[in-house]
Design a protein around this ligand. Structure first.
Ligand code: ADP
Length: 287
């Protein structure tokens, strides 16, 4: 009996060590990816700087061009830093969700139109179709807005001139769903399992003039996860893509979400991971 117990314990220790090892490898890969992503704009900035210090500095046209390109690279670095910070905050579980029983249509409407200027420039039509009546689910409006904006940004980026992007939202018996569909280049089945990984960029990214870093969908998944929701993708090369987000009526009722854990920990108190809300129009009760 004792020997059996020892063997079980040894197996468990081995399993734990394996999990820790995988975690460590993932962190190492992540660090390598971050360094690589930072080096590209830094190398470009160094080149522009050198050229400006040399002959290009005296030529007004060349100077203007290099300064403009440098500004673009600085923007990219800033964007990268912001997204990495957002991801690490979401990962650490320290994100304070501002869960409000607001109308989901407001967040979807404004985020759905966030890329209108780029879309118009690229000849892609964006439409946002929303139901006439409110969709009440408890959510963090700016973060759900970010989810929709990331999906619409991708849809615009990966849809050729003359194409369309459609954003729809609707209430469901379990909560709500948001769909972002396009008739763009689509996703290869072999790439599908990877698109939510950090820094993953599909092979069509170049052809579609993708300028991202492969962090957009990782952020989408993290935000939807902490809302207790799900993301589904239907896509095929040449047939376009459809991303479907499903959100529960109240993340605090979904086991495993930070909000639900907070409720379990302080019964009768305010949920951890949730800032106080002022009004409660649909009379959802605070737990
Ligand atoms: P990024 O857009 O910065 O490359 P994302 O994490 O947002 O990174 O997306 C990862 C990859 O998923 C993209 O590089 C692309 O290959 C694929 N993808 C995402 N959205 C779409 C879409 N709407 N149409 C086609 N491919 C897409």
């Amino acid at each position: 009996e004792l020997a059996r117990q020892f063997n079980t314990m040894a197996d468990r220790v081995e399993e734990s060590v394996e999990i820790i090892r995988r975690d460590r490898d993932r962190s190492r890969d992540f660090l390598a990816d971050v360094s690589h992503e930072l080096r590209t704009p830094l190398a470009a900035l160094r080149t522009f700087n050198q050229l400006l210090m040399e002959s290009a500095g005296d030529d007004p046209d060349a100077r203007a061009e290099f300064l403009e390109s440098s500004a673009g690279q600085i923007e990219r670095l800033d964007w990268l830093a912001q997204n990495l910070l957002e991801l690490s905050k979401l990962d650490s579980g320290l994100v304070l969700l501002d869960l409000r029983p607001d109308d989901l249509r407001a967040a979807v409407e404004s985020a759905g139109h966030q890329h209108d200027t780029t879309a118009a420039r690229r000849g892609v039509t964006v439409t946002v179709d929303l139901p006439a009546s409110p969709i009440r689910v408890r959510h963090d409006p700016p973060r759900i807005g970010q989810v929709v904006a990331n999906l619409v940004g991708n849809a615009v980026k990966f849809t050729p001139r003359g194409g369309w992007v459609r954003v729809t939202a609707a209430g469901t018996p379990d909560g709500a769903r948001i769909d972002v569909a396009d008739n763009g280049v689509g996703i290869d089945p072999s790439e599908m399992p990877h698109i939510f990984e950090r820094f993953y960029r599909g092979s069509r990214s170049n052809e579609a003039r993708g300028s991202g870093s492969g962090l957009g969908l990782a952020i989408v998944r993290s935000i939807v996860d902490i809302h207790g929701g799900t993301v589904e993708v239907e896509s095929g090369p040449g047939t376009g893509s459809r991303f479907t987000i499903r959100l529960p009526v109240d993340p605090r009722t979904v086991a495993g979400t930070p909000a639900a854990e907070g409720v379990a920990r302080i019964a009768g108190g305010k949920a951890i991971g949730e800032r106080p809300t002022t009004d409660d129009p649909d009379e959802m009760t605070e737990t």
